[in-house]
Design a protein around this ligand. Structure first.
Ligand code: SF4
Ligand code: FES
Length: 250
């Protein structure tokens, strides 16, 4: 296939960016989207031009590093799929494809398609953990947990911290991400001890990082490659309300 690409190029965080036209020739339908960009970059390097900067790591949908808006959709046109698992067979010969970085004030562009997602790290550091004493691993069956609770916690734990939910939201809200991190810990007995402090601190850090408020549009759920659902946010809101009331009473 021959494809026309319009790719966001931006030399640095404070530089002005723009869409630059490229042609990708001999693209195999079996290539992943990132492999196609690798081939474009090989051509640029051969011509002595600056390669297009983009993030990736696992290339199998589990690390959350890849973060491209393809034709206006975070992670591209396939639902429940990261952009590293998007394949070129999804496009047709002669197609024009626009590739941009996540756009949110809390995710500044580092270069081209690479954004700084350290705001997510600071939110997790504010409470996305379980404090425990070191020592031998406890027996897996020592604390029985109902299967439906385990399943719900595991569904939330599937969040890979990619940030597509923020990129798709008109408010650049990080609620889906924070709710997933809060839920996967607070649903389990080991995480309940710190659940109030966790939700208050993580939401407070989310606000401090400059993410917007949720207005229940649902575009986050639509683009989430791990199918985290809006009810995760409802669960976090209930937990946040309870924790706020308890703190006031105390
Ligand atoms: S909730 Fe979904 S879209 Fe948001 S960071 Fe987690 S995996 Fe990515
Ligand atoms: S590169 Fe790891 S999820 Fe895409």
């Amino acid at each position: 296939m021959r494809l026309n690409l319009k790719i966001w190029r931006q030399a640095g965080p404070t530089a002005a960016g723009r869409l630059v036209d490229y042609t990708a020739d001999n693209v195999s339908p079996d290539m992943s989207f990132l492999e196609m960009l690798d081939v474009v970059n090989e051509g640029l390097v051969k011509r002595g031009e600056d390669a297009i900067a983009f993030d990736s790591d696992c290339r199998e949908g589990i690390c959350g590093m890849c973060s491209l808006v393809v034709n206006g959709i975070a992670h591209g046109p396939d639902r429940g799929t990261t952009v590293c698992q998007l394949h070129m067979r999804r496009f047709k010969d002669g197609d024009t494809i626009t590739v941009e970085p996540w756009r949110a004030r809390a995710f500044p562009v580092v270069k081209d398609l690479v954004i700084d997602r350290s705001a997510f790290d600071r939110i997790v550091a504010a409470g996305g953990y379980v404090s425990c004493n070191v020592g031998g691993a406890p027996d897996g069956n020592a604390i029985p947990i109902a299967k439906d609770v385990v399943e719900t916690a595991m569904d939330s734990a599937a969040c890979i911290g990619c940030g597509a939910c923020v990129a798709a939201c008109k408010n650049a809200s990080a609620m889906l991400f924070v709710a997933a991190k809060v839920s996967h810990l607070s649903l389990l007995p080991q995480g309940k001890v710190e659940q109030d402090r966790r939700v208050l601190n993580m939401v407070s850090q989310m606000d401090a990082e400059g993410f917007g408020d949720c207005t229940n549009i649902g575009s986050c759920e639509a683009v989430c490659p791990k199918s985290i659902t809006l009810d995760t946010m409802a669960r976090m809101n209930r937990q946040y309300l309870k924790a706020t009331v308890k703190r006031r009473v105390e």
